[in-house]
Design a protein around this ligand. Structure first.
Ligand SMILES: Nc1ncnc2c1ncn2[C@@H]1O[C@H](COP(=O)(O)OP(=O)(O)OP(=O)(O)O)[C@@H](O)[C@H]1O
Length: 233
């Protein structure tokens, strides 16, 4: 069943007299609990799609429906609720709070979400049970990204949005982070959308949306997505 639907979605930006169509009338659907990739080169419109889906940006035409609710028609208040309860974010540069420990960073999610998962348990899941009391500056890039995954999951969101989650990591660490995102989202039945320009990563996805110039140039479905071990980049 369709869990996420984009119907003729457009996002225009006006700069002086210039109109930029960051996203140009795209339509797609994604099912619940699936692992998906939005692929495309710089400027293709990937982050704009992610931001609209995450309720951080709004469309200028079309409709976005998530779990039977139209988010494109929501008020600011409703959007804040939506972000708080339904969405977990993982960013390229982790966005951890530097003066909070790993545990405290994950506990932030517990404070804002209505039905959070246990912060310590999430840190255990990502293999950081021994590093809970470390500050971000005491952790490697891969460890910081694992904290940010634990934080995203601790909100217990329906959807996990990841913007170039391996962009700042070496390939071995990136692989470990991808394996983690896929395993925990499988176990916890989360719908994952990863934005990347890294083509091999898309082989792990059930659905791949190829974006070019604000449009979906091609949609690929993998009945048997690859394991991260089979991917080379
Ligand atoms: N706030 C904004 N104001 C004006 N133009 C914008 C804005 N946000 C994005 N754009 C433009 O929209 C287009 C799509 O941007 P977007 O960030 O979605 O691309 P992307 O595929 O994520 O690229 P990258 O991989 O470089 O992050 C680009 O041409 C960008 O310059």
């Amino acid at each position: 069943m369709d869990f996420i639907t984009f119907e003729n979605v457009e996002r225009e930006y006006h700069i002086g007299n210039t109109i930029i169509k960051a996203v140009d009338r795209i339509s797609f659907t994604l099912s619940k609990g699936t692992f998906n990739v939005v692929l495309g080169q710089s400027g293709a419109g990937k982050t704009t799609v992610l931001n609209m889906l995450g309720g951080m940006d709004s469309c200028t035409a079309g409709r976005i429906i998530v779990n039977d609710k139209e988010i494109s028609g929501m008020s600011e208040y409703e959007l804040t609720e939506y972000r708080r309860t339904q969405i977990g974010f993982v960013f390229q540069f982790y966005n951890l709070v530097p003066n909070l420990t790993a545990l405290e960073n994950v506990q932030l999610a517990e404070e804002i979400a209505p039905d959070p998962l246990d912060a310590r348990e999430m840190l255990q899941r990502v293999g950081l049970e021994k590093r809970m009391n470390n500050f971000p500056s005491q952790l490697s890039g891969g460890e910081q990204q694992r904290v940010s995954i634990a934080r995203a999951l601790a909100k217990n969101p329906q959807i996990v949005l990841c913007d170039e989650p391996t962009g700042a990591l070496d390939s071995e660490t990136g692989r470990m982070v991808l394996r983690l995102i896929r395993d925990v989202s499988n176990d916890l039945d989360k719908t994952v959308i990863i934005v990347t320009h890294n083509v091999p990563i898309s082989e792990m996805a059930q659905t791949v949306l190829h974006m070019r110039d604000g449009k979906i140039a091609k949609t690929e479905f993998h009945k048997f997505p690859k394991n991260v071990e089979e991917i080379i980049w």
